[in-house]
Each structure stands twice: as C-alpha cells, then as structure tokens.
Design a protein around this ligand. Structure first.
Ligand SMILES: [Zn+2]
Length: 188
C-alpha cells in the first residue's frame, strides 16, 4: 500500500455534531470502497455498545476498546481508514497509536470533546489537534442566547456544576447543555 497517511480531528463541545460529521465521512469512505474500522472507548455506554451513535440518531458499527493499545492490536491487515470516537476518554497512549497508524499510511479520523465541563483541555485531544493535518472545530447552539456554543455546561439539579464537583454525584439529576463563552458558568 502506498497511500499517504493522515490525521483528521473533528472536535467541539457536546451537541456540536461531531459524531454526525464522523459518520458522514465514514459513509463516504465506504462508498469509495475503503476498508473502515471504527473504535470507541468502553466508557461511553450512552447508546448501543457496538456502535457510535449521534444525538441526531445516525449510527455506525464500532468496536468498544478498554485502552488505546487495543486499537493497534485489533487492526485488520486490509484496513485503510480508522476512526475513533470520544477519543478524549482514551488513555494517553492514543497519541502514539494514532501517529503510528497515520505514519503507516492509514487515514485516521478522530472525534472528541476539546474541553471538559470546566472549559479545560480534555484528555489527549489538544495534542491530537496539534498533530493533525486537518482540524474541524464545530459549534453547537448556546441554550441561553442562541449564538455559537464552544463550551459544555454541566448542570446538577438545574444549577451550574462547581469546578470541584465529583464526576458522579449520587442521587443528583444531571444534564449537559451547549453554551457560549459568556454563558458558560463554572462556580469555583
Ligand atoms: Zn450564550
């Protein structure tokens, strides 16, 4: 195989359409007769386990993995396109795995959140974004003002989550909204 490998990153806040864009590219790759493999971290059990599913409802078969090294281990010889969804949840080895794949001539497409609910860089996404040939930062709609949203607002019992709130709060109702910079609130 003499393809030139590359890394594409699709990022942004929750509800910005990352997974829809990922699935759109994967469908086009399949039409082009590319052999596609899709991976996602096991931590994301939002919808059906062996699929990536967008909030808008489109889906694509995916293999859940415990750790980044599993992607390399499960790679088929004839695969030409590798996609990874929710990459912010994978361990730091995802950086070397992704670069190994792209250096080997594969087209690698990574989707994931660029910031967490605090507005801080999330996992390895900033590094992957820096190393990518192509980066698409998508925007959701701010649920307060209707402008472009770049942040994910975490709400616990209807109020903005505090900076130090634990990841899981037992007994609390919790939800996430897209917000712009002005309306993103993280009480200290
Ligand atoms: Zn706003």
């Amino acid at each position: 195989m003499d393809h030139i490998g590359s890394l594409e990153v699709i990022t942004g806040s929750m509800f910005c359409g990352k997974t829809d864009e990922l699935i759109r590219r994967l469908r086009r790759a399949k039409i082009a007769k590319q052999k596609v493999q899709v991976f996602k971290p096991k931590i994301d059990n939002r919808y059906a386990a062996a699929k990536v599913t967008s909030h808008a409802g489109s889906e694509f078969d995916a293999a859940p993995v415990d750790k980044a090294a599993d992607i390399r281990a499960q790679l088929a010889d004839d695969t030409t396109v590798v996609a990874i969804d929710e990459a912010q949840f994978l361990d730091p080895e995802i950086v070397s795995v992704v670069n190994y794949l792209a250096d080997s001539g594969l087209r690698v497409i990574v989707a994931g959140l660029d910031t967490d609910f605090r507005g801080e860089a999330f996992g390895s996404m900033p590094i992957l974004t820096a190393q990518a040939e192509q980066v698409d930062k998508l925007h959701a709609i701010c649920m307060v003002c209707g402008k472009d949203a770049s942040r994910t607002q975490r709400l616990v019992d209807g109020k903005p989550a505090h900076y130090n709130d634990p990841v899981v709060i037992v007994g609390a109702s919790e939800l996430y909204e897209a917000r712009c910079r002005e309306h993103h609130e993280v009480p200290a």
